[in-house]
Each structure stands twice: as structure tokens, then as C-alpha cells.
Design a protein around this ligand. Structure first.
Ligand code: IPM
Ligand code: MN
Length: 360
């Protein structure tokens, strides 16, 4: 029997609750679709930091490297550790394992409502491909003359040709395989999320790389939107979008908006992917750790289960991934078992159990 080893980092706040439901569904998928899945849990995060002065051990990446994939609940609790410190853990894994694609599918499941009127299951079907290792997240710069009236800060974005090219190429490959536009001369579309009018070095460079990669994909339509206008178009005409490729920060921002197109943060998932499979990829709900809800069992686990679905797809268990996708779909469409964010009264565990039962 095929076997997978998954490292689980539940993290902070509600991370433990939502990760447990992802694991429950992964296990159900394993027994239904005939693979063995073993998990190892690591209690890294803010409490670990309070005891040991680090978010995870020095050799954490060596530990994680032995796994087929990583599941992350959520990280951060500003009451315990400043956010700019706690996020280093996430960034260390993303960059250390060169997970250069942050893949964020945005789909609206039937039966889920959204505050955005144009959004429906027919109009919302896109994927944001976010650069995940450099750009505005390079953490280069400094604060000078700190605390004095002359104090100033410099934060530098890093855009390498290699870094831009590989993520843009991934986006074009994805559009080619999705065939959202059908079988015509152009089968898909990659929207370049940019800001080259104002960011006259980094984003002009990014645009040039986009154009040179696009030339290799005549069957994929090109498209360009400045990030500010793109947020407007996401709301005004979501059906236009197929694959959107964005730098690290822009991708971060537009996917929170994207989460509202898909019904809220409780449904949005992401994968931190090393497409070359040199290292394990990491899957996570994109919501925060919501410390105020910790232990109440009220947070929606669908985002987490959706991240598990993406993990199965990445591992090559496509049937199981489809099985989980349709189980999510059934539970959401039936509308009986749902958490408070979707207007229901069910607990986190009840939703997880309902999805797992549909899988099994
Ligand atoms: C995300 C999060 C992270 C990010 C934070 C927690 C560092 O917002 O995954 O979208 O900015 O990438
Ligand atoms: Mn974010």
C-alpha cells in the first residue's frame, strides 16, 4: 500500500482544532482510496517560543525534510509573541524549502453565500499563483536612527530573474492545463498582477519577465492589471479571471479579497509548493489563528480540509482529492452541518465529521 508521512504543525490559537479535522478527513480518504497516511505532530509556535525563545527548533527544517508533506494549522498570537517574530517560522519554511509557489484556488462552492453580489459558483473559478520566496518579503533593510526624530526605515524588495520566471512559468503551465477558456486557440488566461506604473524598477522588471515567458505559451491569453484596479475587477467581473500571477505581497493582499469571493476566510486554503519536489510542500488554511475563539470549537474547518484536499492532489492522490472536494461540496450544499460563519450552529468537529463521513 502506498504510504505517506505528513508532518502536522497545529500552531497557535484555533490551529489545533482545524488541523485535527484536516487529519480526520485525510485518514478517511486514506481508508477509502487505499493509501496509508501517518502523521507526526510538532508543537511549534508561540507557546514553544515563550518556553524556549524560538518559534521552532534550530534543526526544524532537517526534521521536516524527511516528510512527504507538511500540514500547518495557523501561526501567531500577538498577545504572546509580536507578529513580526512569529511569522518568521512560516517564512523560514517557505524560503528554506524553496516553496516558490503559493497556490491559492478561489472557487465558490454551491450553497455558500458571499457578500459580493457578482460572486456565484459559475463566476468564481480562479487560481492565484503567488510568488512565495522573495519580492517584498525579502526582509532586507533596516531602521536607522531609531527613536530619534530623524529616524527612517528602508525595506527593499528583491526580484530576481530566476524567481520571477519560475513562478510566472508555473502560472502559464497551470492555465494551459486548466483550459478554463475551452479548446479554442486560447485555452486559458494568465493575468499579470503588477504595479509597474509606480514601482518603476521591480515591477517593470517583473513585467518584462512576464512577457518573455508568455511568448512560450501562444495558447494562453495574456492579460495585465495594476493591483489596485485588479481588486476592483475581482469584485466587478470575477468570471474574467482564470490564473492570476502576483508578487509575494500583492498575492497576499488580493487573496484575502479572493476569500470573500469564495464565502469568507473560513473557506480559503493555500499550498506552499516546491514544484520541483526537492522538499516537502506545505498546506494551510489562509486564515489567522483567531486566538479569541480558541477552544470553542466554532471555527470553520473547511479551509483546513480544503488545504488537505490540495495536499492529496499534490501527492498524486487525485481521486482522493476529488473525493474530498465532492464531500466538501455535498456538505456545503446540503447546508445542514455548518459553522457560525456560514450561519449555522455546528461545531468545528461536527463539520469535520460530516465531511469525513461523505468521503468514507
Ligand atoms: C498568509 C499570511 C502570511 C503572509 C503571514 C502570516 C506572514 O498572511 O499566508 O497570507 O503574509 O504570507
Ligand atoms: Mn495573508
Amino acid at each position: 500500500m502506498t504510504g505517506y508521512r505528513v508532518a502536522v504543525i497545529p500552531g497557535d490559537g484555533v490551529g489545533t482544532e482545524v488541523a485535527a479535522e484536516a487529519v480526520r478527513v485525510l485518514e478517511a480518504a486514506g481508508s477509502r482510496f487505499g493509501f496509508d497516511l501517518s502523521t507526526e505532530s510538532y508543537a511549534w509556535g508561540c507557546d514553544w517560543y515563550l518556553e524556549r525563545g524560538e518559534m521552532m527548533p534550530e534543526d526544524a527544517l532537517e526534521t521536516l525534510a524527511g516528510f512527504d508533506a507538511i500540514f500547518l494549522g495557523c501561526i501567531g498570537d500577538a498577545a504572546k509573541v509580536p507578529d513580526d517574530v512569529s511569522l518568521t517560522m512560516l517564512l523560514r519554511i517557505r524560503t528554506g524549502f524553496d516553496q516558490y509557489v503559493n497556490l491559492r484556488p478561489i472557487r465558490l462552492y454551491p450553497g455558500v453565500s458571499t457578500p459580493i453580489e457578482t460572486a456565484s459558483p459559475e463566476t468564481v473559478d480562479m487560481v492565484v499563483v503567488r510568488e512565495n520566496t522573495e519580492g517584498e518579503y525579502a526582509r532586507l533593510g533596516g531602521i536607522f536612527k531609531a527613536g530619534s526624530p530623524d529616524g527612517f526605515a528602508i525595506q527593499t524588495g528583491v526580484f530576481t530573474r530566476k524567481g520571477c520566471e519560475r513562478v510566472i512559468r508555473y502560472a502559464f503551465d497551470l492555465a494551459r492545463s486548466r483550459k478554463k477558456l475551452g479548446d479554442g486557440p486560447e485555452v486559458g488566461r494568465v493575468t499579470n498582477c503588477t504595479k509597474s506604473n509606480a514601482l518603476n524598477y521591480s515591477m517593470v522588471f517583473w513585467d518584462q519577465v512576464y512577457s518573455s515567458v508568455a511568448a512560450d505559451y501562444p495558447e494562453v491569453a495574456t492579460d495585465k492589471a495594476l493591483v489596485d484596479a485588479l481588486t476592483m475587477w475581482f469584485v466587478k467581473k470575477p468570471e474574467w479571471f482564470d490564473v492570476v500571477v502576483a508578487s509575494n505581497l500583492f498575492g497576499d493582499i488580493i487573496t484575502d479579497l479572493g476569500s470573500m469571493l469564495q464565502g469568507g476566510m473560513g473557506l480559503a486554503a493555500g499550498g506552499n509548493i516546491d514544484p520541483e519536489r526537492r522538499y516537502p510542500s506545505m498546506f494551510e488554511p489562509i486564515h489567522g489563528s483567531a486566538p479569541k475563539y480558541t477552544g470553542q470549537g466554532r471555527v470553520n474547518p473547511i479551509a483546513s480540509i480544503e488545504a488537505a484536499r490540495m495536499m492529496l492532489d499534490h501527492l498524486g492522490e487525485h481521486q482522493a482529492a476529488e473525493g474530498v472536494g465532492s464531500a466538501i461540496s455535498k456538505v456545503l450544499a446540503a447546508g445542514e452541518v455548518r459553522t457560525a460563519d456560514l450561519g449555522g450552529t455546528s461545531s468545528t468537529a461536527e463539520v469535520g465529521a460530516a465531511v469525513a463521513a461523505e468521503v468514507g
